[in-house]
Design a binder for this molecule. Structure first.
Ligand code: SAM
Ligand code: SF4
Length: 404
């Protein structure tokens, strides 16, 4: 369906979460000269390019104890673990319509392997928080067991999950009981037709049911992640903020990144952070969050309705493309097949799972991880370039295969 047509004919969904859905004109400023990237599709996106044999060549200068430091003085304490590469949606900015060549079961980390890797990260390397992601984490039937095992090892660890919430209505309470702390739910639109166009599945009602269950189970504070695409959902900035703050959720807008499976990312589709702020300010006033940003990817704002002094809620904007925050990055990632990625845009991975399966002890695994993180690139997968540079090269693995 043509995007403009979709907007012309669709009506805001009747949202069972106390929604106040209003309309607003979409921002239309151009991004500028960030070039579209892509390059050839890899033969096997799940087994991408350069990989480092664990322990084969020690990273020069890497520490041999302590946490996950890199050459630029950053320390990674924010662990993101992908538990599966499969997904039940096909968001256009993330996955091809036909899905991806999924990892075979034997290459996926098992319940116990995930538990062990998280334990090493927390207890030997100082990880302070964990985010489970994918693919879609809810695709894993053993997710409650994964979380319960991690919780048993790490009683005080904040454990969050990024999810599309399809099926969360049936599992929210069990996940909470297992030890999940909170969720980020991805939701880009409140219009059923736009949702179906954007995710290629007609499941908006399931997402809203999942959100309701997450709130009822106490999986908060709940953050809503939205990727804005020009001409598709960019008219929904104010309605989404309005709906989110009315329901006690924090709205987070994420700039579209060149990590899509179709390799069709284009700068002209990116709605830059400055336009998102301008769009919100049509109906709300924004004040920089006095708590500051720290190493968080989102720049956070307090939101008040025009003419009101009462705080309505908070909004975050993740501006990886136009206002990158790599110098403060504190993230370390593990893919669903147990490979360390020091950066979303890395061209190199380090195989932790094979070392684990070969019998490495905790300290051996920790040292592989220290070595991998020591060579974390300066920004956007490289020491030299950024997303805005003409020589930026899109990594072979895409968002769902890395774990966003
Ligand atoms: N399936 C889960 C979900 O959608 O929440 C978790 C995995 S998904 C890869 C994690 C986050 O990455 C989602 O919030 C999604 O919107 C975001 N994402 C996916 N592709 C993206 C892209 N090309 N640019 C920016 N964000 C993207
Ligand atoms: Fe699936 Fe999440 Fe990617 Fe959408 S963004 S296709 S829900 S992994």
């Amino acid at each position: 369906m043509d995007a403009d047509h979709a907007h012309a004919t669709s009506r805001p969904v009747s949202v069972p979460l106390g929604a106040t859905v209003t309309s607003a004109a979409g921002p239309a400023a151009q991004l500028g000269a960030i070039r579209s990237t892509g390059g050839p599709r890899p033969a096997d996106p799940q087994r991408p390019g350069p990989q480092r044999e664990p322990g084969a060549v020690r990273a020069t200068g890497a520490p041999t104890d302590g946490g996950l430091q890199d050459r630029f003085g950053r320390v990674a304490t924010d662990l993101r673990v992908s538990v599966v590469d499969k997904c039940n949606l096909r968001c256009t900015y993330c996955m091809p319509a036909d899905g991806m060549p999924w990892l075979p079961q034997s290459q996926l980390m098992s319940t116990d392997e995930i538990r062990r890797i998280v334990r090493v990260a927390v207890q030997s390397l100082g990880a302070e928080e964990l985010r489970l992601t994918g693919g879609e984490p809810l695709v894993r039937k053993d997710l409650e067991f994964i979380i319960a095992g991690i919780r048993a090892d790490n009683p005080d660890l904040p454990i969050s999950m990024t999810t599309n919430a399809v099926g969360l209505d049936r599992r929210a309470q069990a996940l909470k009981d297992a030890g999940l702390t909170r969720v980020n739910v991805s939701l880009d639109t409140l219009h059923p037709e736009t949702f179906a166009e954007l995710t290629r599945r007609p499941h908006l009602d399931k997402v809203l049911a999942g959100l309701q269950a997450a709130r009822a189970a106490g999986l908060g504070p709940i953050k809503i992640n939205a990727v804005l695409l020009r001409g598709i959902n960019d008219t929904e900035v104010v309605p989404l903020v309005d709906w989110a703050v009315s329901n006690g959720f924090e709205m987070r807008f994420i700039e579209d990144m060149p990590l899509d499976g179709d390799r069709s990312w284009s700068a002209t589709n990116v709605i830059p952070a400055r336009d998102i702020r301008a769009a919100i300010e049509q109906s709300f006033s924004l004040t920089a969050d006095p708590r500051g940003r720290g190493a968080a990817p989102a720049e956070r704002w307090e939101v008040r309705r025009h003419g009101e002094t009462t705080l309505a809620g908070h909004v975050g904007i993740i501006s990886s493309v136009t206002e990158p925050f790599c110098s403060a990055c504190s993230r370390t990632r593990v893919t669903a097949d147990g490979r360390i990625r020091s950066c979303l845009f890395s061209h190199e991975e380090t195989d932790l799972l094979t070392a684990l399966r070969d019998g490495a002890d905790d300290e051996g695994l920790a040292q592989i991880w220290r070595d991998a993180m020591w060579t974390k690139p300066r920004a956007h997968g490289s020491d030299r370039v950024g997303l805005a540079r003409p020589d930026f090269v899109q990594p072979e693995r895409t968002m769902s295969a890395i774990g966003g």
